[in-house]
Ligand binder design. Structure first.
Ligand code: AMP
Length: 116
């Protein structure tokens, strides 16, 4: 499968790894939008986007959020952070392997509105 995140998992594309366990990989976003910008993915390409979540695959989401919480503490994000999942065309999702952005390290804008 021609998936950039699968290639990162396979070690075919380098990444700046932040966290790894049996099921999850987290790495620094190549185009950071905040002082801390980490991408969390399931290693297996089991979901393209949030739209694919169902009873048989939803467990990984709890695992990912647990990993995010762990990493946020390790990175000292005690004043808070934002978790983003872009889904599909209107969500401006560019990589079709489900992932969650962890953004923090500075005050983030309140506005998450529609582009004019
Ligand atoms: P999204 O727009 O939600 O699909 O987010 C995809 C994210 O992956 C973007 O923020 C990209 O900057 C990031 N990205 C793409 N390629 C790489 C890469 N090779 N290493 C790290 N992050 C990447």
């Amino acid at each position: 499968m021609d998936c950039i995140f699968c290639k990162i998992v396979a070690g075919e594309i380098p990444c700046s790894k932040v966290y790894e366990d049996e099921k999850i990989l987290a790495f620094k976003d190549i185009n950071p939008q905040a002082p801390v910008h980490v991408i969390f993915i399931p290693k297996q390409h089991i979901l393209t986007c949030a739209d694919d979540i169902n009873d048989s695959n939803k467990e990984i989401l709890g695992d990912i959020f647990e990993a995010i919480s762990k990493v946020a503490k390790e990175l000292g994000l005690s004043d808070g952070y934002r978790i983003i999942n872009n889904c599909g065309k209107h969500g401006a999702q560019s990589v079709k392997h489900i992932h969650f952005h962890l953004l923090g390290g500075a005050q983030l804008p309140e506005d998450m509105g529609v582009r004019e």
